[in-house]
Design a protein. Structure first.
Length: 140
């Protein structure tokens, strides 16, 4: 029989805004603050700067043709997923985050799409690094 969570335990945890440990057959941990920004079963979001670095590396690999097309597609897709997750966790809505959100759902990703997206990603990352307002403002 599956353990049941008592309504009082959940309402108390919600009122405190903290992590509540509920004892049952096995200990289940419910984090109310992190449940909003994470996809269930997904890895924890990387820090934003690290996600940007990984995206930069993946975009450079695509443009350099450093691997088979399927590997480059996977590398860029994983980087975009990580960036999108980090943006959401940080509450960031800049042009780079918006591009990641849009590009990651495109299927299938052609080689031309991979190259064009990589070029756009690198331009936005460079603009953010230079402090340019172009990279930091949301796109319409």
């Amino acid at each position: 029989m599956a353990p049941r969570l008592l309504p009082t335990a959940l309402s108390t945890a919600a009122a405190l805004g903290a992590t509540a440990a509920v004892a049952a057959a096995g200990a289940a941990v419910l984090s109310l603050s992190s449940a909003r920004a994470a996809v269930m079963g997904a890895a924890k979001a990387l820090p934003y700067a690290e996600a940007v670095d990984r995206t930069h590396t993946a975009a450079e690999a695509v443009l350099a043709g450093a691997g088979a097309e399927s590997c480059l597609r996977g590398k860029l897709t994983n980087a975009l997923l990580g960036l999108s997750s980090s943006c959401e966790a940080k509450g960031e809505r800049n042009a780079l985050c918006q591009l990641a959100d849009k590009a990651v759902v495109v299927t299938p990703m052609s080689l031309a799409f991979l190259r064009e997206t990589s070029t756009q990603l690198l331009a936005l990352i460079d603009a953010l690094a230079a402090g340019s307002p172009e990279g930091s403002k949301p796109q319409p």
